[in-house]
Design a protein around this ligand. Structure first.
Ligand SMILES: [Mg+2]
Length: 382
């Protein structure tokens, strides 16, 4: 069922009213799901607890709850107390036998851009042959699970859609988990993947790529109208981000009572080309955060929402999960926030000097060059 709607001209509220409303106390951090942002419904599902503060069972670090919530600033890193440095992975068999589920980040772990990383198919086959559950998690919201499935297929990997968890899916899953009313709409700042997942989940939406070419006509007395039925604004990476979208999303968040501000991720950079780093989803989220003075509910890594969802869906003990990723501040932190084992691979953005830099406080349990090291690493002989 196609549930896309067009923006209706129902609102007459002006920016000056919005400015007055902005004086309300902003939610301090994404981790706090305050009554202020749930005025028209209450999330009943325990999964929504991902926004609350959790104990961290990882043995390698301790940090304050406050800083765990503020999971994007450097202050978080400063608050870690390091108990142990990451160890090179020497006994892969021991790690594999202690884990029931491997969660893999994709870019930098499975592939780099459109190229498969050496040895990945054989490694995944070996893990499956040992009965391990494999899950693939990505913060990239531009594709839906189905679209990611096609990418895996193109690369020659046999991966089921049910094994793929993109932040586009997480946004829809989160709305489902809180019983987001079906008569409310979602305004999307982002690309096609978010729209596809919202549609599959049966939610009404507007915005997305359709608003990519829209411009503001600045003339005396001009007032942008917005749909008063928008109950959530979802912001993800958007190559067609513009001022129209910022203003529309801002009006919804500031003027529609209880309107949620959801971010698929706050990644600082992304890798559109292999020539340089490009501004990531965090830049779009930051713009809307700046104009609304609200902190978003983040559903992608390192927020634990997807981890909680996975554990719940598959009935997995988090202590039997190993998170494998190439980024410290998203993948490894995601695993640690969820109380899982963590393995950093050096096949992506993090180098060994970066891991071992004294200023880096995020230490995985283990590190290795690439996941195909699972095939060659044997227990050390005594
Ligand atoms: Mg990655």
């Amino acid at each position: 069922m196609l549930t896309k709607t067009t923006a209706t001209a129902t609102a007459t509220a002006s920016l000056s009213v919005a400015s007055a409303l902005s004086s309300t106390t902003p939610s301090p951090f994404l981790c706090h799901f305050t009554p202020n942002n749930s005025r028209f419904f209450t999330p009943p599902n325990p999964l929504s607890n991902f926004l609350s503060i959790r104990g961290n069972t990882n043995k390698h670090n301790t940090y304050t709850n406050k800083n765990k919530c503020n999971n994007f600033g450097t202050s978080r890193m400063e608050s870690f107390t390091i108990k142990a440095s990451a160890q090179p992975l020497k006994n892969a068999e021991e790690l594999i036998s202690s884990v029931e589920t491997f969660i893999f980040d994709c870019d930098g772990v499975i592939w780099k851009g459109d190229k498969l990383i050496d040895g990945v198919p054989e490694t995944l086959d070996m893990l499956r042959s040992k009965g391990k559950r494999l899950v693939f998690v990505t913060n990239n919201s531009t594709k839906s699970r189905k679209q990611y499935g096609k990418k895996f297929e193109t690369l020659g990997l046999n991966v089921n859609e049910e094994e793929i968890f993109a932040s586009s899916f997480a946004a829809a899953a989160y709305l489902k988990s809180i019983n987001f009313p079906k008569d409310k709409k979602v305004y999307v700042i982002g690309e096609d993947g978010i729209l596809k997942e919202l549609e599959l989940a049966g939610f009404q939406y507007l915005g997305g790529p359709d608003d990519g070419g829209k411009k503001i006509e600045l003339k005396p007395g001009f007032l942008m109208e917005h749909d008063k039925d928008v109950g959530a604004v979802v912001v993800g990476f958007d190559r067609y981000f513009n001022y129209y979208k910022i203003q529309y999303g801002t009006l919804c968040i500031r003027e529609n009572p209880g309107c949620l501000f959801i971010a698929t991720n706050r990644d600082a950079v992304t890798h559109l080309t292999d020539a340089q780093e490009w501004a990531g989803g965090g830049s779009m989220v930051g713009a809307v955060g700046g104009s609304t003075q609200r902190e978003p509910l983040v559903v992608g890594k390192p927020s634990t929402f997807m981890m909680d969802y996975l554990a719940d869906k598959f009935g997995i003990l988090k202590s039997q999960i190993c998170m494998v990723g190439d980024r410290l501040d998203t993948d490894i932190l995601f695993g640690q926030n969820g109380g899982c084992k963590t393995l950093l691979v050096l096949s992506g953005v993090t180098t060994l000097p970066m891991l071992q830099n004294p200023n880096n406080s995020i230490q995985p349990d283990f590190y290795t060059n690439k996941i195909s090291d699972f095939l060659s690493l044997k227990p050390a002989t005594v």
